[in-house]
Design a protein around this ligand. Sequence first.
Ligand code: ZN
Length: 381
Amino acid sequence: MKKSITTAGITLAMAASFALPAIGHAAPAPDPDMSTKLAGKTVFLDPGHQGTGHSENLSRQVDDGRGGTKDCQTTGMTALGGTPEHTINWDVTQLVKSSLESLGAKVVLSRNDDTGWGGCVDERAKAASASGADVAASIHADGAPAEDHGFHLIVPQLPIPNPTVNEVQSTKGLTASTDMRDAYVNAGFSPANYAGVQNGLQTRADIAGPALTTVPLVFVEMGNGGNPDDAKMLEGKDGQLKHAIAITTGLVSYLLGTPPVAPAPAAAVTPARGTPPSTTTTGPTTTAPTRTGPSTTQEAAPSTSTPKATAPTTSKPADGVSTTIAQLLRPLLNALGIGGGDSLADEQIFDTLSDVFSTVLDAFLNSDKPATTPTAPAPAG
Ligand SMILES: [Zn+2]
């Protein structure tokens, strides 16, 4: 009983927030170009922390990448609504995974589920390095006092003792991190106003992952689970979707070497909580004259067949919703080298949006997890 109510509620919320416009012609043919945009690219995704179903000793000391040791793992925070961070990280990661795969990327995860053990921090770094990924992303949310809010990217203090890691993280890793920062700002999120974060970046020497990983690493703290507005976004399904779109956009920007564009000027996007970014920061640097990211050269694409999901909601949204969708996804399309300017109004662009996004939306609707009781096993029926 509860499940059907929850599912209906989610569907309704999604229809209201993200329903894609019904295009006035027959079933859209999959765009072969879109499904191979990231062909040949590998992305390592690390949903931070792990479920509780394990008996590992979290305080076992492991290599911190700087000549010392630190705890193997932590449990992560619990957001104000009661959702554990590991589940928030897991759910957002699943959405990012789906969207990247729909674009042809190979995705490798640091852990296989949200119930049991997922490895120490050093083991996850090794797994990321071993994956040979073009980019890796550790996905976390923070726990801080209620007045603190906003996202940030953790970047390693330099130099990092391991020369290979130092070289990678100080060049490609930093580029990927700033691309992610710009994607977050473009998606309407505010950079964090706490913990010494400057323009969305926080430099730290006590995080093992960036000091141990030999592929470019982005370490994102999506928001503060102790802040009411941030927690709502982190725990709500539509908020998680917005985070996933921002993360996907940042990764795509980096992988394709397309620097993020400025957000659209119109105000249809749900405004970021708190003070607008322009009054708290100098805004993101959107020009990257000497990018160190991978080139945009498309390699011969192995035909990665990606099953296309059918968009579960095809109801025609109000104009305002269309505008919101367009603005939310506009940076992603630009990162993909599509659209820009007013062409988003074109049916073809919405077709493309629908094509790309339907997979993510389908994954979202099939996640079958009420936001408030994420660790409860799904009812049999
Ligand atoms: Zn965390």
